[in-house]
Design a protein. Structure first.
Lengths: 118, 107
Protein backbone atom coordinates (compact mmCIF):
# COMPACT_ATOMS: atom_id res chain seq x y z
CA UNK A 1 0.00 0.00 0.00
CA UNK A 2 1.49 3.31 -1.11
CA UNK A 3 1.57 6.03 1.54
CA UNK A 4 2.38 9.70 1.12
CA UNK A 5 3.27 12.17 3.86
CA UNK A 6 3.62 15.91 3.45
CA UNK A 7 6.00 17.97 5.54
CA UNK A 8 7.03 21.60 5.71
CA UNK A 9 6.35 24.90 7.46
CA UNK A 10 2.76 25.62 8.41
CA UNK A 11 3.27 29.37 8.30
CA UNK A 12 4.84 31.39 5.49
CA UNK A 13 5.22 35.16 5.31
CA UNK A 14 3.68 37.12 2.43
CA UNK A 15 6.04 37.42 -0.54
CA UNK A 16 7.98 34.44 0.76
CA UNK A 17 8.34 30.95 -0.72
CA UNK A 18 6.23 27.99 0.32
CA UNK A 19 8.22 24.76 0.34
CA UNK A 20 6.75 21.32 0.98
CA UNK A 21 8.10 17.80 0.66
CA UNK A 22 6.22 14.55 0.17
CA UNK A 23 7.76 11.31 1.38
CA UNK A 24 6.58 8.24 -0.50
CA UNK A 25 6.58 4.81 1.15
CA UNK A 26 5.32 1.42 0.06
CA UNK A 27 6.31 2.06 -3.53
CA UNK A 28 9.05 3.55 -5.67
CA UNK A 29 8.89 7.11 -6.89
CA UNK A 30 10.63 5.82 -9.99
CA UNK A 31 7.54 3.88 -11.04
CA UNK A 32 5.45 4.88 -14.06
CA UNK A 33 3.23 7.31 -12.23
CA UNK A 34 2.95 11.06 -11.96
CA UNK A 35 3.57 12.71 -8.61
CA UNK A 36 1.17 15.52 -8.03
CA UNK A 37 0.32 18.46 -5.79
CA UNK A 38 -3.27 19.59 -5.17
CA UNK A 39 -4.44 22.32 -2.82
CA UNK A 40 -7.72 23.26 -1.15
CA UNK A 41 -8.34 26.69 0.40
CA UNK A 42 -10.39 26.57 3.60
CA UNK A 43 -14.02 25.77 2.84
CA UNK A 44 -13.42 25.65 -0.90
CA UNK A 45 -12.79 23.18 -3.71
CA UNK A 46 -9.75 21.39 -5.06
CA UNK A 47 -7.12 22.96 -7.32
CA UNK A 48 -4.51 21.00 -9.26
CA UNK A 49 -1.09 22.62 -8.89
CA UNK A 50 1.08 20.41 -11.06
CA UNK A 51 2.87 17.10 -11.43
CA UNK A 52 6.21 15.48 -12.17
CA UNK A 53 7.08 12.16 -13.78
CA UNK A 54 9.87 9.77 -12.85
CA UNK A 55 11.95 11.21 -15.67
CA UNK A 56 11.50 14.73 -14.38
CA UNK A 57 8.94 15.93 -16.90
CA UNK A 58 6.59 18.48 -15.36
CA UNK A 59 3.16 19.92 -16.03
CA UNK A 60 1.90 22.95 -14.16
CA UNK A 61 -1.39 24.78 -13.76
CA UNK A 62 -1.04 27.90 -15.95
CA UNK A 63 -2.58 29.96 -13.16
CA UNK A 64 0.48 29.16 -11.00
CA UNK A 65 3.12 28.31 -13.57
CA UNK A 66 5.20 31.44 -13.11
CA UNK A 67 5.55 30.76 -9.38
CA UNK A 68 5.69 26.98 -8.97
CA UNK A 69 8.45 24.39 -9.23
CA UNK A 70 8.02 20.66 -8.59
CA UNK A 71 11.07 18.44 -8.24
CA UNK A 72 11.81 14.82 -7.41
CA UNK A 73 14.57 13.19 -5.36
CA UNK A 74 14.86 9.52 -6.33
CA UNK A 75 17.49 8.81 -3.68
CA UNK A 76 15.11 9.84 -0.89
CA UNK A 77 11.92 8.58 -2.60
CA UNK A 78 10.33 11.99 -2.24
CA UNK A 79 9.15 14.95 -4.27
CA UNK A 80 8.72 18.60 -3.47
CA UNK A 81 6.89 21.77 -4.41
CA UNK A 82 8.01 25.37 -4.15
CA UNK A 83 5.61 28.26 -4.61
CA UNK A 84 7.13 31.71 -4.66
CA UNK A 85 5.74 35.19 -3.99
CA UNK A 86 2.93 33.84 -1.85
CA UNK A 87 -0.06 35.87 -0.71
CA UNK A 88 -3.00 35.16 1.56
CA UNK A 89 -4.73 33.58 -1.44
CA UNK A 90 -2.22 30.73 -1.25
CA UNK A 91 -3.44 29.75 2.22
CA UNK A 92 -4.73 26.20 1.82
CA UNK A 93 -4.39 22.56 2.70
CA UNK A 94 -1.76 21.13 0.37
CA UNK A 95 -1.99 17.49 -0.65
CA UNK A 96 0.62 15.35 -2.33
CA UNK A 97 -0.94 12.72 -4.54
CA UNK A 98 -0.01 9.83 -6.76
CA UNK A 99 -1.54 10.00 -10.19
CA UNK A 100 -1.78 6.46 -11.56
CA UNK A 101 -0.09 6.32 -14.96
CA UNK A 102 -2.04 8.91 -17.03
CA UNK A 103 -5.14 8.10 -15.02
CA UNK A 104 -6.84 9.27 -11.84
CA UNK A 105 -5.41 10.20 -8.45
CA UNK A 106 -5.36 7.01 -6.41
CA UNK A 107 -3.26 7.71 -3.32
CA UNK A 108 -3.37 10.94 -1.32
CA UNK A 109 -1.36 12.26 1.60
CA UNK A 110 -3.28 13.42 4.64
CA UNK A 111 -2.70 17.05 3.69
CA UNK A 112 -0.86 19.85 5.43
CA UNK A 113 -2.28 23.27 6.22
CA UNK A 114 -0.16 26.20 5.10
CA UNK A 115 -1.11 29.70 6.21
CA UNK A 116 0.33 32.80 4.59
CA UNK A 117 0.46 35.54 7.18
CA UNK A 118 2.89 38.00 8.67
CA UNK B 1 -9.18 25.36 -19.91
CA UNK B 2 -11.98 22.83 -19.56
CA UNK B 3 -14.60 23.89 -16.99
CA UNK B 4 -16.34 21.25 -14.89
CA UNK B 5 -19.79 22.06 -13.50
CA UNK B 6 -21.49 19.86 -10.93
CA UNK B 7 -25.15 19.85 -10.02
CA UNK B 8 -26.65 20.15 -7.60
CA UNK B 9 -24.29 22.00 -5.27
CA UNK B 10 -26.10 20.57 -2.27
CA UNK B 11 -28.27 17.49 -2.11
CA UNK B 12 -30.42 16.43 0.83
CA UNK B 13 -31.32 12.77 1.01
CA UNK B 14 -32.16 9.95 3.41
CA UNK B 15 -30.54 6.63 4.16
CA UNK B 16 -31.68 4.13 1.56
CA UNK B 17 -32.32 6.73 -1.15
CA UNK B 18 -30.94 6.47 -4.66
CA UNK B 19 -29.10 9.65 -5.57
CA UNK B 20 -27.49 11.00 -8.71
CA UNK B 21 -24.93 13.77 -9.09
CA UNK B 22 -24.25 15.27 -12.50
CA UNK B 23 -21.00 16.68 -13.87
CA UNK B 24 -20.78 18.55 -17.16
CA UNK B 25 -17.61 19.43 -19.02
CA UNK B 26 -17.32 22.56 -21.16
CA UNK B 27 -15.93 20.43 -23.98
CA UNK B 28 -15.58 16.73 -24.69
CA UNK B 29 -13.31 14.82 -22.33
CA UNK B 30 -14.10 11.36 -23.73
CA UNK B 31 -14.10 9.07 -20.66
CA UNK B 32 -11.29 10.79 -18.79
CA UNK B 33 -13.30 11.54 -15.70
CA UNK B 34 -12.97 10.55 -12.05
CA UNK B 35 -15.17 10.92 -8.97
CA UNK B 36 -13.89 11.48 -5.43
CA UNK B 37 -15.51 11.47 -2.02
CA UNK B 38 -14.21 13.81 0.65
CA UNK B 39 -15.15 13.88 4.33
CA UNK B 40 -14.42 16.86 6.59
CA UNK B 41 -10.76 17.11 7.53
CA UNK B 42 -9.78 14.22 5.27
CA UNK B 43 -8.18 13.83 1.88
CA UNK B 44 -10.38 12.95 -1.09
CA UNK B 45 -10.84 9.27 -1.88
CA UNK B 46 -11.03 7.92 -5.43
CA UNK B 47 -14.35 6.21 -6.21
CA UNK B 48 -14.62 6.00 -9.99
CA UNK B 49 -12.09 6.40 -12.80
CA UNK B 50 -12.43 6.40 -16.59
CA UNK B 51 -16.02 7.55 -16.07
CA UNK B 52 -17.41 4.15 -15.07
CA UNK B 53 -14.65 1.98 -13.58
CA UNK B 54 -15.07 1.25 -9.89
CA UNK B 55 -11.88 1.69 -7.87
CA UNK B 56 -10.79 -1.37 -5.94
CA UNK B 57 -12.30 -1.50 -2.46
CA UNK B 58 -15.14 0.92 -3.24
CA UNK B 59 -18.63 -0.44 -2.49
CA UNK B 60 -20.65 -1.53 -5.50
CA UNK B 61 -23.50 0.85 -4.62
CA UNK B 62 -21.37 3.54 -6.30
CA UNK B 63 -21.48 3.69 -10.08
CA UNK B 64 -20.51 6.13 -12.77
CA UNK B 65 -21.64 6.66 -16.32
CA UNK B 66 -21.29 9.02 -19.24
CA UNK B 67 -18.87 10.13 -21.89
CA UNK B 68 -18.11 13.26 -23.83
CA UNK B 69 -19.48 16.15 -21.80
CA UNK B 70 -22.07 14.69 -19.44
CA UNK B 71 -21.41 12.31 -16.57
CA UNK B 72 -23.24 11.00 -13.54
CA UNK B 73 -22.33 9.46 -10.22
CA UNK B 74 -25.08 7.29 -8.73
CA UNK B 75 -25.32 5.87 -5.23
CA UNK B 76 -27.91 3.12 -5.38
CA UNK B 77 -28.85 3.01 -1.69
CA UNK B 78 -27.41 5.69 0.57
CA UNK B 79 -25.60 4.53 3.68
CA UNK B 80 -24.78 6.73 6.69
CA UNK B 81 -21.11 6.72 5.70
CA UNK B 82 -21.92 8.26 2.31
CA UNK B 83 -22.80 11.73 3.58
CA UNK B 84 -19.83 13.74 2.33
CA UNK B 85 -18.76 16.05 -0.47
CA UNK B 86 -18.25 14.64 -3.96
CA UNK B 87 -16.00 16.04 -6.67
CA UNK B 88 -15.68 15.21 -10.32
CA UNK B 89 -12.34 15.68 -12.07
CA UNK B 90 -11.28 15.60 -15.68
CA UNK B 91 -7.83 14.48 -16.76
CA UNK B 92 -8.34 14.70 -20.50
CA UNK B 93 -5.90 17.55 -20.95
CA UNK B 94 -3.92 20.12 -19.03
CA UNK B 95 -4.72 21.79 -16.76
CA UNK B 96 -6.43 18.97 -14.89
CA UNK B 97 -9.61 20.38 -13.36
CA UNK B 98 -12.17 19.65 -10.67
CA UNK B 99 -15.83 20.44 -10.33
CA UNK B 100 -16.87 22.74 -7.52
CA UNK B 101 -18.21 19.89 -5.40
CA UNK B 102 -21.60 18.51 -4.35
CA UNK B 103 -22.35 18.34 -0.66
CA UNK B 104 -24.56 15.38 0.18
CA UNK B 105 -26.36 15.97 3.46
CA UNK B 106 -28.82 14.10 5.58
CA UNK B 107 -32.45 15.11 5.06
Amino acid sequence: QVQLQESGPGLVKPSGTLSLTCAVSGGSISSSNWWTWVRQPPGRGLEWIGEISRSGNTNYNPSLKSRVTISVDDSKNQFSVKLSSVTAADTAVYYCVRRRSNDAFDFWGQGTMVTVSS
Amino acid sequence: DIQMTQSPSTLSASVGDRVTITCRASQSISIWLAWYQQKPGKAPNLLIYKASSLESGVPSRFSGSGSGTEFTLTISSLQPDDFATYYCQHYNSYPIGFGQGTRLEIK
